[in-house]
Every structure is written in C-alpha cells, then in structure tokens.
Design a protein around this ligand. Structure first.
Ligand code: NAP
Ligand code: MG
Length: 495
C-alpha cells in the first residue's frame, strides 16, 4: 500500500490553550494496513475506519479493519512463526530481540507520547512520564526472563527442564485507556516465553500500537512473531473464536470478558481476563490529610478516570470528613482541563463520544437517585469530548454511581466510623481489582489491606505500577495476573 505521510501541525486551530513546545509535529500516515508478517498489508475485508483526535474531533488516519479472512491470515502467520522460528530459537536470542524493542521505544519515546495523547486524549505529562517509560520497562523486565525460565519455574526431578514450553499462538485484545502500555503488558511476557501473537488494539486508539508495529519491524523480529490487526468487537470475536489460537489474553470490560469466557468454554484455550473495577480509597482520620487529598485526586482523575483500578469510591472517616471534602473541592477547582498536549494539563479529553455519553448517563442516574453533585465551574473547550471532575456526596451503597464502573472523572464519597465498617463497605461490590489505604499506622495498613478483597492495595499512595509487581483482580475484575513472574506463568505450560 502506498503510504502518504502528513505532518500534523498543532500550532493551528488550537485556540483555547497554548501549543506545547514539545509537540510541534509527529508523523502520522494517512492510512494503515494490517501488520502481518512484518508488513503492512491491505485488508481482504476491503474495509477501513477512521481514527480521530478526541480533543479536536479531527480525523488522524484511516486504519484497516480485519475481517475473518484477515484474522485467519494473521493467525496462520503467527502459527508458522511459532513452529519454525520463535519457539525453537535459543531463549537468550529471543531476549535480545525483546531488549531491542525496549530500547527503540525509549529512543522514540517523545513521538510515542505525543501520538498517545493525540489519539487517546490523555495529558502529555501522563503519556510522557508514565505510559511510555512503563511500556519500555515491561519489555526490559521480561527480556531478562527469556533465558531464565527454568529458574523461574523450577521443575521436579522426575521432569526434564525442556518440558517448560510456550503455549503457542496467543490472541491478545486490549482496551483504549492505556493503548501502548497494555500492548506492552501483553506482548512482553508472551514473547519472552516463546509464544507468537496476534494483537488487536481498541478501535478508538490504534495508532501507538501501529507505531509499535514499525518498531517491531525495525527491531528485526522474525516475520509473523507479532501481528497487529485492528477492528472492533467483531474482529475481537473472530480472533477469540479462531481454532488456531491457543491462549486469549483480554483486558477490557467485565461484560465482554464474560462473553469471551462463554465462547471459549470447552475449547481447551487458555485465558486470562483483566476486567473492570470500582476501587475503594479509604482515608482514616490519622492520615496525612493534604497528602491523602493529592492521592485521592490522582486516584480518580489520572487519565480522566479511564483507569480500571481508579479509586472511584472514597471512604473518609467521620472526624475528618468535612475538612477532607472541603479540601478536595478546593483542590479540584485548581485542576487544569484542556489540551492534552499542553504539559500543564491535568485532565485531558474523554476518549470517545460513546464513553462521554456513558459517563453522562451514569451521572444523571446519580442525580436521579438523589445524590449531591459537585463540579468546579471551569470552562471547557468548545470542540472535543470533555467532562468536568465530579464529586458525589450523599450516596448510599445501593446507588448506581457507587456500584457501577463509570470509567470517567467521577468520584463517589461516603463516610465511615470504624475499620470494620470501612472494610465491609469496600468489599460490598462485584469488583475486586484494587484499593487504597491512607493512615499513619503501619499495623492498620496491614490489617486493612489484607482484608480488602482486591488484587492490588496501595498504602499512602495510589496508581503506582512496576513491571515486577503482579496486577489483576478478584471476583468480576477477572482472573490471572499480569506483571512479574505471575504474569509470565500463563504463557508457559509444564507438559
Ligand atoms: P471493551 O468494550 O470490553 O473492549 C475491550 C477490547 O475488546 C476492545 O479491543 C474491544 O474492541 C474488544 N471487544 C469488544 N467486543 C468484543 C467481543 N465480543 N469479543 C472480543 N473482543 C471484543 O472495553 P473498553 O471499553 O475498551 O475498555 C474499558 C474497560 O476495560 C473497563 O471496564 C476497564 O475497567 C477495563 N480495563 C481493565 C483493565 C485491567 O487490567 N483489569 C485495564 C484497563 C481497562 P472495540 O475496539 O470495538 O471496543
Ligand atoms: Mg468497547
């Protein structure tokens, strides 16, 4: 396919916030094909869809949509690469390729950060300081494990070390909230363990994954080891149901996670599911209040609240509740909403019109249920998808804004008296992905964090990630872990 390149100029038509110095331009192709066998190819489906900048509602590129035949081509490519090249390559060699991907991500970090913010709407400060460095860190971390699998998963004396094997061809499906980072979480452990991959990014944010495809080609990975195909839910379902897939790794909504679980039941396909969340952030009266206010703000407004582990339910202990809520209101008055490419921006654009509608629907439900809503009186850009940081008080455990994942900048606030009450309320939810505890008592941290039924509990901090640390959920937040050795385990088999 002929690739025409246009240079996007951020200094024009951007009238409500100054253009950032660090993002003059980034190159985006007019159209992208399917990345199969290290080449961008035209889709047999013949279909393309538009991807936009949600802060401007402006088209960025056209992206090929994979139909069933395209999914089949990608799976065939991955299968051939698995049997002929990747699974039989000396593990230390595999590691070198993965290190190379990590280094090129670092080299192209600025371009990736700008593209992530353009396509997804998140503040450049976050993509620059969190998403892209962490994506590189995941490749570095798992590259190191590639030749140490025997050490990581010691076998019994009766078994031979060579019985540690990769699973095969992995279908990986990711959401739009951390597009490059989620691709890294999925690809790095799969590749380190000797698997090959067909990855499907989310429909609204395909661009950094396609840049990653270029990086993978530049890193000289053998053709077919990583294939990246785009499309919506139908493409995802075709990948899940393809008989050539040995494992599905899915991050997304609980709703789609359940559909996937049903559709692969009885097929023998392995799977891991990272699903929704509704984390409790619990502030005790003995906490450092100003620090806790910052932590609660970061917990819910980071990435516009499009975070599965967001601290979307705040529980404040009664003696400090009034003071805390007042300080929280003061703090959100100071948050800067607007141009995702301005490095001063705190809250960027909502990822899509569809997501904005969902947030509005749930906020309306909160109002209808009698909750009290507080929003700062800030102006919003006239174009694009935006939502003000929002606090709900006067809520009960039964309210929809307390029980349902909003996946936006909306925090519900409740108070509590005793430790037991806080734990009971925190756990009274279908989800169990993450939680937070704020207190100056170490014993309270251990007590509360061990009783919160969630995969990750932060103490006196929130939304901190590290490649060596496992991440994942209980209950309807999914099964399996990503990160650390736990995240490598689903990509090997011991028989
Ligand atoms: P989603 O609608 O479930 O979509 C996730 C991915 O699955 C997208 O690539 C989507 O394609 C695809 N998909 C949709 N229907 C499918 C089907 N029937 N079969 C196979 N694939 C299908 O979720 P989302 O709205 O993108 O992301 C938000 C959700 O992800 C939230 O619930 C959030 O909590 C969760 N999340 C969880 C974690 C975690 O680690 N636990 C991390 C991040 C996000 P489209 O592009 O068409 O949607
Ligand atoms: Mg979706």
């Amino acid at each position: 396919m002929a690739k025409k390149t246009k240079v996007l100029d951020f200094h024009s038509k951007w009238n409500y916030a100054p253009a950032p110095e660090s993002a003059d331009h980034v190159e985006v192709n007019k159209s992208y094909g399917l990345f199969i066998n290290n080449e961008f190819t035209d889709p047999l489906s013949g279909k393309y869809f538009e991807t936009i900048n949600p802060a401007r509602e402006a088209k960025l590129a056209e992206v090929a949509e994979a139909g069933p035949q395209d999914v089949n081509r990608a799976v065939q490519a991955a299968s051939t690469a698995f049997h002929k090249v990747w699974s039989v390559m000396p593990p230390a060699e595999r590691g070198k390729y993965i290190y190379r991907i990590a280094r090129i991500i670092q080299e192209r970090a600025r371009e990736l950060a700008v593209l992530e913010s353009m396509n997804g709407g998140k503040p450049i400060r976050e993509s620059r300081d969190v998403d892209i460095p962490l994506a590189a860190a995941h490749f570095f971390y798992y590259a190191g494990w590639a030749d140490k699998l025997d050490y990581a998963f010691p076998v019994k004396h009766s078994q031979k070390p060579e019985r540690i094997k990769p699973v095969g061809v992995c279908g990986q499906i990711i959401p739009w909230n951390f597009p490059l980072l989620m691709a890294a979480w999925k690809l790095a452990p799969a590749l380190a363990a000797g698997n090959t991959v067909v990855l499907k990014p989310a429909e609204t944010t395909p661009l950094t994954a396609l840049k990653l495809a270029e990086i993978i080609r530049d890193a000289d990975l053998p053709p077919g080891v990583v294939n990246i195909i785009n499309g919506g839910g139908t493409t995802g379902a075709a990948l899940v149901n393809h008989p050539g897939i040995n494992k599905i790794a899915f991050t997304g909504s609980t709703e789609v996670g359940k559909i996937i679980q049903k559709s692969i039941a009885g097929t023998g396909k392995k799977y891991t599911l990272e699903l929704g969340g509704k984390a409790a952030n619990i502030v005790f009266a003995d906490a450092a209040i100003d620090q806790a206010v910052e932590g609660v703000v970061n917990g819910i407004f980071f990435n516009q609240g499009h975070v599965c582990c967001a601290g979307s339910r705040l529980f404040v202990q009664e003696p400090v509740a009034d003071l805390f809520i007042r300080k929280l209101k003061d703090r959100i008055e100071t948050l800067i909403i607007g141009d995702p490419l301005d490095k001063n921006t705190d809250i960027g654009a909502i990822n899509s019109k569809e997501q904005l509608m969902k947030i509005k629907r749930l906020v309306k439900a909160g109002l209808n249920e009698g909750a009290t809503c507080y929003q700062p009186d800030c102006s919003l850009p006239s174009k694009g998808f935006w939502f003000r940081p929002t606090l709900f008080t006067n809520v009960t455990q039964a309210n929809r804004v307390v029980q349902e994942e909003i996946f936006g900048p909306v925090l519900s606030i409740q108070t509590f008296r005793t430790v037991e009450e806080a734990i009971e309320k925190a756990n009274n939810i279908p989800y169990g992905l993450s939680g937070g505890v704020w207190t100056d008592k170490g014993a309270k941290i251990f007590n509360v964090s061990s009783q919160i039924r969630a995969g990750v509990v932060w103490a006196n901090t929130f939304n901190k990630f590290d490649p060596s640390s496992p991440f994942g959920g209980y209950k309807e937040s999914g099964m399996g872990r990503e990160g650390g050795l736990h995240g490598l385990a689903p990509y090997i088999q011991m028989n």
